[in-house]
Ligand binder design. Structure first.
Ligand SMILES: O=C(O)CCC(=O)C(=O)O
Ligand SMILES: [Fe+2]
Length: 495
């Protein structure tokens, strides 16, 4: 390992540690006791002629005949696959009632549940930001019901989480797994009768909607839920743009760790890019014509926002890019036309790029493999792990496609290579592929999740010193700006 590499590696390790400290919970859960008279559910029956009623706070509990009546008022629950709502009982077996057809006495705002959720999931949001819960639907899961692994469909760019309320009914199974099978929300036990405390309790769980989750099979009884979509709404900006918000300690530490890298002339002597895999996934508006950097400026969530602010504060060019995977192997032809191109996805037989619009695709990073993302390997002098070198392969992170269009013969000439030092790994791409292909809940046209990365361009030492000393105006970070960090000799920016 050269002396330069080891200096950089040491700095990067410190920066990595600072960033890892930022991680906040991505879910929270609990129970809430129900008072008599405050927990009835009213619903319209299937032909709209009769109103049914279930009292979840009734001292005798709820019997199966009542729940069967509720099932009869419902329709089978669909889910979104690509841009269509499909009914597929091998994937989701449950019933649902749209929000227009029922009303619940339970008041999610006054219960205090939303405050708990805000404290847990929006730790880094501005204090004026508002957490808004919108009732989405009611579901009922009977014996044999389940919902296979999925992520929830983003309804707009502010939607960040899902809140599920499980009402007290006796049932076995139907528990919710998050993060693959890594965490279990045992709602069936949480709502079941407690011999030491007769008060019926509901159970709630809130989680970032991009987290993969699944509902296990209900073995017996019925599980009744209502689901809310949670939005983080920006308050009307009460402070003028000149008033700065006091940075948190973590933000300062990250900023200073990046500054130390930049001040060290032997680290990245020709300049380079620092990359951060963002923790959250984001709904990308497929109709928006803005580049991703502009779209996500100021709207990143939680710890991602802290990293973004720390990077911007130094004056270097900050960008948001999406990662996704083109599934074509070495033997397959490369795509020739972006609009019609895409490799078949083996698991679903569908098109892995069909929902990525042309103009957004121009700012995506392309990967040509499903191997793990190469990353900085300190043991190996900053080489890429997995035997990859960023300069040897055409389609690895750190390479950006110059134009969104693949047409024409000399595609190589459109690709510039620039090494990216990943401070934190990009979230692995299978996630975004899954998100593109199978939004688990019913679709809403226009939004897909993208696994995003944030990059910060560090010019060569003399140029970056000027930026840090404030001698150069803040560089533009528009998606189309080209020139500014071409100063990084030989490492032309790929825009
Ligand atoms: O009922 C649950 O616990 C989760 C339901 C769910 O994932 C959904 O409706 O999208
Ligand atoms: Fe879901």
């Amino acid at each position: 390992m050269s002396r330069q590499d080891s200096a950089l590696t040491e700095h990067l390790r410190e920066l990595q540690e600072r960033v890892e400290e930022l991680v906040v919970p991505r879910h929270c859960y609990g129970t809430f006791p129900l008072e008599e008279g405050k927990a009835k559910l009213f619903y319209e029956n299937a032909d709209g002629q009769r109103i049914g009623r279930i009292d979840f706070a009734h001292p005798n509990g709820v019997d199966d005949a009542q729940l069967q009546d509720l099932v009869e008022a419902c329709e089978p629950a669909k889910f979104g696959r690509g841009d269509q709502d499909v009914l597929d009982e091998t994937y989701r077996k449950a019933w649902k009632l749209d929000a227009a057809k029922f009303a619940t006495q339970f008041d999610v705002v006054n219960s205090g549940i939303l405050v708990t959720v805000r404290d847990a999931l929006l730790q880094y949001a501005k204090s004026a930001d508002i957490l808004e819960a919108r009732l989405d639907k009611m579901n009922i899961y009977g014996p044999g019901s389940f919902f296979k692994p999925h992520v929830d469909t983003p309804r707009d760019s502010d939607m960040f989480a899902t809140l599920v309320i499980v009402f007290p009914t006796e049932h076995i199974g139907g528990d919710l797994y998050l993060f693959g099978k890594k965490w279990l929300f045992e709602s069936s036990k949480m709502v079941s009768k407690d011999p030491t405390d007769p008060t019926p309790k509901l159970a709630f769980v809130a989680f970032y909607s991009d987290i993969e989750h699944e509902v296990a099979v209900v073995e017996s009884g019925y599980r009744v839920t209502v689901t809310y979509n949670l939005y983080c709404r920006k308050a009307m900006d009460p402070v003028g743009p000149l008033v700065s918000i006091k940075p948190t300690l973590q933000e300062i530490q990250i900023r200073e760790a990046i500054r130390s890298i930049a001040l060290n002339e032997s680290a990245m002597p020709h300049g380079g890019i620092l990359g951060f895999g963002l923790t959250h996934q984001y709904p990308i508006d497929v109709r928006a014509m803005e580049g991703l950097t502009a779209t996500f400026k100021g709207v990143l969530k939680g710890s991602d926002a802290v990293i973004e602010r720390a990077c911007r504060a130094l004056g270097f060019k900050v960008k948001v890019k999406a990662l996704y995977c083109y599934h074509y192997g070495p033997d397959q032809d490369r795509p020739t036309d972006s609009a019609s191109t895409s490799a078949r996805d083996e698991s679903t037989g569908s098109n892995s790029t069909q929902f990525i619009p042309h103009h957004v695709r121009g700012s995506l990073w392309l990967l040509g493999t499903t191997d793990p993302v190469p990353t900085l390997d300190p043991e190996n002098g900053g080489e890429w792990t997995d035997g990859w070198s960023p300069l040897e392969l055409d389609y690895v992170p750190g390479i950006r496609v110059k134009r969104p269009n693949w047409e024409g013969s000399d595609e190589r000439s459109r690709i510039r290579r620039k090494p990216v030092w990943w401070v934190t790994r990009p979230n692995w791409l299978m996630e975004s592929q899954k998100a593109y292909l199978a939004h688990g809940n019913e679709t809403s046209v226009g939004y897909v999740y993208g696994t995003l990365v944030l990059t910060i361009s560090i010019p060569e030492p003399a140029a970056r010193k000027k930026i840090l000393d404030g001698e150069v105006e803040l560089v533009s970070d528009s998606e189309d700006s080209v020139a500014t960090d071409n100063a990084a000799g030989g490492y032309a920016d790929s825009d």
